[in-house]
Design a binder for this molecule. Structure first.
Ligand code: GDP
Length: 447
C-alpha cells in the first residue's frame, strides 16, 4: 500500500498521545518529524514534504482543538485534511462515451491497466473497447487480447502490424460499436525522442478526451521527469498508480500528480482484471491512517456477492438472514470472500480493524487463513449435497470418508464442522437483532 510506512509509524506516534487533551511543542515536533521521515522514505519529493509538514505544524500549534476532542483526534484530523489536500480530488471520469489514451514507460502496467479499466467501465454499464497499439514489446498483443477476453470486453490489435498510428486508426474504426475507447500505447525502457514522437502521432489520430499517465507505485524520483515530458507532449489529465499491492512506496506517483497539476484516477492492486479501484482521496487517506474505507469495502462486498451468485440460481444470500445456515452457504461465503480479493486488502478497509490490527498480525497469518479456506473448500467438494444441506448427519464414519476423499486430515474436517457451528450461532444472534441494533453495531465499527 502506498505510503504504508506513513500509516503505521504515524499511528505509533499518535498512540503516544492517547489520553492527552493538549499537545506540547515536543509532541508536534515528534509527529512532524515522523511524517517527514515516512514521506521521504516513500520517495515523496522533498519540497512537497516540507510544504506539507510546515502546514501540519502550523495548524497543530495554532488551532485550538474543538471542545471534547482529544489531542490525538485533533492531530489526526489535521493530518488527514492536509494529506487529502495534497493528493487532491480524483480525476473526473464521466460515465459516458469517450476516448482515453494511456501513456507510460514499458513495464509500468499500461496494458494491464487498459484491460482493467475496460472491465471497470463494463461493470458501470458502458461498452468499452481496448485498442492495443504497442508494436514494440513482443507479447503485448497476446497479453492484451487474453486480458480483454477475461474481462469480456471488445479488443482490437494487429499482431502483424508495424505502424502503431495506423493500428490506432484501424482500431477506432473496427470498434465503432463501443462507446468507451481505451488506447494502449507503446512504452520504452527510458524516455526517448522516438517514444514521444510516436505517442504524439497517436494522439493526433485518436484525439483522446483524456490522457492518463500510468506509473508503477515503486517509481522514485524519476517520476518527476517522466511526468513533465509526457505532460508537455500530450497533456496528462490524470495518473494511474499500479502495483500498489507490492510496495510500501508510491511517493513518486504523488510527485507526478503535483508536477502535471493533475490528479489520481485509478489504482491498480493486483494482476487480474478486477484488481482496479477508482481513486477516492477520502477513503484512501482514511485507509492509510488506519481509519478504514467503508465505501470501498461495501462496493467490494456487493461485487463479490453478485459474482458468487452468478450461475447459481438456487443460492440466495438473503436466505441466510431468513433461515438456516448450511455448509453450502458457508462455502458460498468463502467463495465471496475470495472474490473480494486478498484478505489483507479487505482488512485495511474495515474501520478500526485496518492497519492497526494488521500491524499486530504475524506476516504469514493471512496466508495461513487463505490456505485454510482453500482446504475447507476441497473438503466441502467431497461432501454430498445432503451433507452440505444438513451437516448434522455427518458422524465419525462420514468424517473418515470425507477426509479420505478430499485428502485432508480428519482433524481439519472436524474443524470445518466446528467453524460452521460457530458461524451458525453468530448468525442466529444477528437474526434476533432489530435494525436499531444493527445500526448501533455499524456505529461501533466506525469508531
Ligand atoms: P506495460 O509494459 O506498461 O504495458 O506493462 P504491463 O501491463 O505488461 O505490466 C507489467 C507487469 O506488471 C506485468 O507482469 C503485470 O502483470 C504487472 N502488473 C501490472 N499492474 C499490476 C498491479 O497492479 N499489481 C501487480 N502485482 N502487478 C501488476
Amino acid at each position: 500500500m502506498v505510503l504504508d510506512n506513513l500509516g503505521s509509524s504515524l499511528r505509533g506516534s499518535l498512540d503516544k498521545l492517547q489520553g492527552k487533551s493538549r499537545l506540547s511543542e515536543e509532541d508536534v515536533e515528534e509527529i512532524v518529524k515522523e511524517i517527514q521521515r515516512s514521506l521521504l522514505s516513500a520517495d515523496v519529493d522533498v519540497s512537497l514534504v516540507m510544504d506539507l509538514s510546515s502546514s501540519i505544524k502550523e495548524r497543530a500549534t495554532e488551532e485550538e482543538p474543538p471542545g471534547g476532542t482529544s489531542a490525538r483526534d485533533h492531530v489526526l484530523k489535521i493530518v488527514y485534511e492536509e494529506l487529502v489536500d495534497l493528493i487532491g480530488e480524483s480525476t473526473d471520469i464521466p460515465l459516458e462515451p469517450q476516448t482515453i489514451m494511456l501513456a507510460g514507460l514499458q513495464g509500468s502496467g499500461k496494458t494491464t491497466t487498459a484491460a482493467k479499466m475496460a472491465w471497470w467501465f463494463s461493470k458501470k454499464g458502458l461498452r468499452p473497447a481496448v485498442i492495443q497499439t504497442d508494436t514494440f514489446r513482443p507479447g503485448a498483443y497476446d497479453q492484451a487480447k487474453q486480458m480483454c477476453e477475461r474481462a469480456e470486453v471488445d479488443f482490437y490489435g494487429d499482431p502483424e502490424g508495424e505502424d502503431p498510428v495506423q493500428i490506432a486508426r484501424d482500431g477506432l474504426e473496427a470498434t465503432d460499436d463501443a462507446d468507451v475507447h481505451i488506447v494502449d500505447t507503446a512504452g520504452r525502457h527510458a524516455l526517448e525522442d522516438s517514444l514521444i514522437d510516436e505517442i504524439e502521432e497517436i494522439e493526433g489520430v485518436v484525439q483522446p478526451d483524456l490522457s492518463l499517465l500510468v506509473l508503477d507505485a515503486a517509481i522514485g524520483q524519476g517520476a518527476k521527469e517522466q511526468a513533465r515530458e509526457f505532460d508537455d507532449s500530450v497533456g496528462i489529465g490524470g495518473v494511474v498508480i499500479t502495483k500498489l499491492d507490492g510496495t510500501a512506496k508510491g511517493g513518486g506517483a504523488l510527485t507526478a500528480v503535483n508536477e502535471t497539476d493533475s490528479s489520481i484516477s485509478f489504482l491498480g492492486t493486483g494482476e487480474t482484471v478486477q484488481d482496479i479501484e477508482r481513486f477516492e482521496p477520502n477513503g484512501f487517506i482514511s485507509r492509510l491512517l488506519g481509519m478504514g474505507d467503508l465505501k470501498q469495502l461495501s462496493e467490494r462486498v456487493e461485487r463479490a456477492m453478485a459474482e458468487t451468485q452468478e450461475g447459481d440460481d438456487d443460492w440466495d444470500p438473503e436466505d441466510i438472514m431468513k433461515g438456516s445456515f448450511t455448509l453450502k452457504d458457508m462455502q458460498k461465503q468463502m467463495e465471496a470472500m475470495n472474490n473480494m480479493g486478498p484478505l489483507d486488502q479487505v482488512l485495511d478497509m474495515i474501520p478500526g480493524l485496518g492497519g492497526g490490527l494488521k500491524d499486530q498480525l504475524p506476516d504469514d497469518a493471512m496466508d495461513v487463513t487463505q490456505d485454510r479456506m482453500r482446504s475447507f473448500d476441497v473438503i466441502m467438494d467431497s461432501m454430498t449435497d445432503e451433507e452440505l444441506e444438513n451437516p448434522r448427519i455427518i458422524g465419525a464414519a462420514r468424517v473418515e470418508r470425507i477426509s479420505k476423499g478430499s485428502g485432508q486430515d480428519e482433524e481439519l474436517v472436524r474443524e470445518l464442522l466446528q467453524q460452521h457451528k460457530m458461524m451458525e450461532r453468530t448468525l442466529k444472534q444477528f437474526q434476533g437483532m432489530g435494525d436499531g441494533d444493527m445500526q448501533r453495531m455499524m456505529k461501533k465499527m466506525q469508531n
